[in-house]
Design a protein around this ligand. Sequence first.
Ligand SMILES: Cc1cc2nc3c(=O)[nH]c(=O)nc-3n(C[C@H](O)[C@H](O)[C@H](O)COP(=O)(O)OP(=O)(O)OC[C@H]3O[C@@H](n4cnc5c(N)ncnc54)[C@H](O)[C@@H]3O)c2cc1C
Length: 505
Amino acid sequence: MKKIIIIGGGTAGWMSAAGISSMMAGLDLDITLIESEAIGVVGVGEATLPHIKFFNETIGINEAEFMAATSATFKLGIEFVDWGRLGDSYIHPFGEFGLANAGVPFHQYYNKMSDQSDIGSLQDYSLPIMACRAGKFEPPSQDPRSVKSTYRYAYQFDAIKYAPFLRRHAEARGVTRIEGKVTEVKLDAESGDIQRLRLENGREVKGDLFIDCTGFYGLLIEKTLKAGYDKWTKWLPVDRAVAVPCKSTGPLLPYTRATADKAGWRWRIPLQHRTGNGHVYASDFISDEDARDSLIENLEGQMLSEPRLLRFTTGKRRKLWIKNCVAIGLSGGFLEPLESTSIYLIQEGITKLIELFPRRSGFNIDREEYNRLMDIEFERVRDFLILHYHATERDDTPFWNHMRRLDIPDSLAEKMELFRCRGRVAKYDLGLFLEPSWVAVYMGQRFAAQDYDRRVDLLPQDSVSSHMNGLRNLMAQTAAKMPSHQAYIKKHNMRSPHGAVTSAS
Ligand SMILES: Cc1cc2nc3c(=O)[nH]c(=O)nc-3n(C[C@H](O)[C@H](O)[C@H](O)COP(=O)(O)OP(=O)(O)OC[C@H]3O[C@@H](n4cnc5c(N)ncnc54)[C@H](O)[C@@H]3O)c2cc1C
């Protein structure tokens, strides 16, 4: 397994090229990436999860250079507006709620005290949420005793700029780029492995391992190897998005906003030079025209281009690794960007491929393990997304009535039941979303626990109450002392050359 061929030069292709060339440097791999500018990239995907910071660091990317090159902003969480009920708002933070005590999570204490009038919202006990609400940002502390160590952060960046940035990085590490469209795929008659690709100009490219990053086309994994697709549309019926950038207004916010609409939801992602906006919707419940109108009516600034329509089918390929081909990115599957998970799934695909990287062909066991692990990743994200639609009291449109009454997967029903019973979050070793994420959505969307952990009663109520008061003040005061998000970007030379840090900076 020496010659690696990546087809596709979108985020998935260049992340794969940059990741493998950096993390496997010195192993004498020969990596080629083929991309077709004529086909182009999907070009949306601006919000990420904190894992991307680790990816960038591992491959040696300088944060300030990355921020400036991609017009990026920092992200401490996602605000969900109108999800539980119209008028509701909560933030899913990249961090803890309060502090655990004697192994009992903080929200358990909060649940016991929640009928006290001076207790406030659970949201008041999260430092990243307080920072979001105040428009503040500072990187977390490495000192585990500090309250500033209770959060992490991600980025919001211009989706068109990340792949070219990574390209420079990958080419500097020896990756060869070929411009051209792959028109034919030749298989080995005996093994069924992919042997070589033929480009439109007649050139042939041979390889040992092929990474399909051709986006929704799925040129190798589907069109050639017929993986098949598991559709999850019965649980997640949104199937279209309309996207448009607008001018920035007001201060630069360190979080993404997802506002529930009549038949889906709208995103708002603040970048340094503009704001990214989109409306993700179920075409069975709203027309394209109405979806577009709702997006435009809710823009906060002047529209900067014509809205773009994108179609998708939620789900994943039955297998992401078949023969000598691994599908990474949109070619492998797609789940709506409600929790900004696509780039995370790309990163997991690359990391797991590197961990299981075969020495020679005939690598069945590696392949099966890869497919098993990636199935878990996709299914965990799927269940978490369904929760957002299902844990709602909204009954104002046919879409919300449909989602509220949905027959959800058993894997999610069990988790919800466990939480309802005594506030316990189901724990798992593999896959995304840990306890604070589930707690944020359950409690943010009024899915209440009926009881709390018995160990909470071991502490006298007075001492819990004064501890909570102290904690709430500490969060508020610490957030107040942080620099503003835009001041931090300016001070650390992270400004994009493509525009000012918003008109208000
Ligand atoms: C509406 C929407 C919103 C999204 N928002 C987010 C978000 O907020 N956060 C997030 O993490 N993700 C988001 N995503 C997902 C994100 O956009 C993608 O995961 C990411 O851009 C990776 O895309 P890709 O590289 O797999 O595919 P693409 O960008 O489509 O790239 C495909 C590449 O393959 C090449 N190609 C195709 N066929 C051939 C051929 N025959 N020969 C040669 N080259 C070929 C193309 O030229 C292109 O270079 C969103 C997606 C959508 C649809």
